[in-house]
Design a binder for this molecule. Structure first.
Ligand SMILES: *Cc1c(COP(=O)(O)O)cnc(C)c1O
Length: 409
């Protein structure tokens, strides 16, 4: 998508606005499936929480993906998008037994990551097969905010508790149809991931009725120049060989499953904002934009660096700017970044705005969440309207203090 298209979208749909390019999503999907082309059965379950717009889910369906979900609401979104329940896996953490039962009733695949819930679910529903999420205690990444496989993580059942899992399975007579891990958000080192996979294979040997092994996600995409990207092709080749050997020894062709979010949608998204004011202080030049962490919180939450381009003045002289929002909090998107000269009214494009951007947006400062646009086959399609004041006030319940005696405790 060139700058003119983006500027036209910002003009037609106003700012701030999220724009996604379907071609990049398709390309990433195909890269991943090609990398595992030598595995007989591969299933890519898109992690809905990364970007949960129903049109994005429908696009995933046309590509052949299934869905990975973490709440019953995401399961319902998937069903609304036309997925059949068997194409949806529910991989929650810390949700109630009731929610898991409700999802099982809808027919989605169940993934359990807690011994107590496993025992209760198996006792009550021995006929419903479940997948087990294990924690291999491997840190596949450098950032402790987003690595979830290590020893004190709340995710998964520890591999040191496998005897306990086996006891529950035997006592309840339940069926384990899958083994799963999700070690964290970054596969920086393929060998570390393969090491974790060996632990998964070792665990899988204990279960006789498996249909699939789910390797979670962790595919890294570059956010800023110099970032490492997971080498999917090399990774695919190495894991394929190990997986096929495992299946041979296991005596059954299993499905190899992944659940990427970021890899599929991050690079497809751009977030367009308008510069309200350029503010020169004694030390810094601030570009103040019509957004804040209410619309894009990753830089403040994780220290993520989203590249920012001035698409209104792409050939302007580069200068240093701190790009900040309009929220009454410190909401710094970028500190002293080299950007082509910024004038008030310019449109800035944040890169890698497909994953965990809109889906983490809020109404803080009583602002509307932005519109979302999908660029598909050379055309812009509005896939979510900008919110209106009704969205802000709708669920609020007013008390008429003049009429009612309100007890203040
Ligand atoms: C969030 C999540 C994913 C997706 O992670 P990405 O880093 O976006 O690929 C996959 N599996 C589970 C269980 C998750 O919670």
């Amino acid at each position: 998508m060139n700058n003119n298209i983006l500027l036209q979208i910002a003009e037609d749909y106003d700012s701030p606005v999220y724009v996604y390019n379907s071609e990049i999503i398709s390309k990433q999907y195909k890269r991943l499936t090609n990398a595992f082309g030598k595995v007989k059965q591969v299933k890519i379950n898109y992690a809905v929480k990364a970007l949960s717009n129903i049109s994005i889910l429908k696009l995933m369906k046309t590509l052949g993906a299934g869905l990975d979900t973490v709440s019953i609401q995401e399961v319902k979104l998937g069903l609304a998008a036309g997925f059949t329940a068997d194409k949806i896996i529910f991989t929650p953490n810390g949700v109630s037994l009731e929610e898991i039962e409700a999802v099982a009733k809808l027919g989605a695949k169940i993934n359990i990551d807690n011994l107590s819930i496993l025992e209760q679910f198996g006792t009550r529903h021995p006929k419903v097969p479940v997948c087990i999420r294990i924690n291999p205690h491997v840190m596949a990444g450098g950032n402790t905010n987003i690595s979830v496989g290590h020893i004190d993580s709340k995710f998964g059942i520890s591999i040191h508790q496998i005897p306990h899992i086996l006891r529950i399975v035997e006592n309840t007579n339940m069926t384990i149809n899958g083994i799963h891990m999700h070690t964290g958000s970054d596969i920086l080192d393929i060998d570390v991931f393969l090491y974790a996979s060996e632990i998964l294979f070792d665990t899988a040997k204990n279960f006789k009725n498996l249909d699939f092994i789910d390797f979670g996600s962790g595919f890294k995409v570059p956010y800023k120049s110099g970032d490492i990207e997971t080498n999917i092709e090399e990774f695919g080749e190495k894991l394929t060989s190990r997986f096929n050997t495992f299946c041979k020894n296991y005596g059954k062709e299993l499905t190899l499953a992944f659940e990427p979010g970021k890899f599929l949608v991050s690079e497809a998204g751009q977030f367009l904002v308008k510069v309200n004011a350029v503010k020169q202080t004694t030390s810094t030049v601030f570009a103040q934009v019509d957004s804040g962490f209410n619309h894009l919180i990753r830089p403040m939450l994780y220290g993520s660096q989203h590249e920012i381009k001035n698409i209104s003045n792409p050939n302007g002289r580069e200068r240093f700017y701190s790009v900040v929002g309009y929220i009454c909090e410190t909401d710094t998107f970028a500190n002293n970044r080299r950007i082509n000269e910024i004038n008030e009214g310019d449109i800035l494009a944040f890169k890698n705005a497909g994953a965990y951007c809109y889906s983490m947006a809020s109404n803080y400062n009583s602002r509307y969440r932005p519109a979302e646009v999908l660029w598909h086959n050379g055309e812009a399609h509005l896939i979510r309207k900008r919110e209106t004041f009704d969205d802000i006030i709708n669920n609020q319940v007013e008390i008429d203090f003049a009429k009612k005696k309100v007890k203040v405790s």
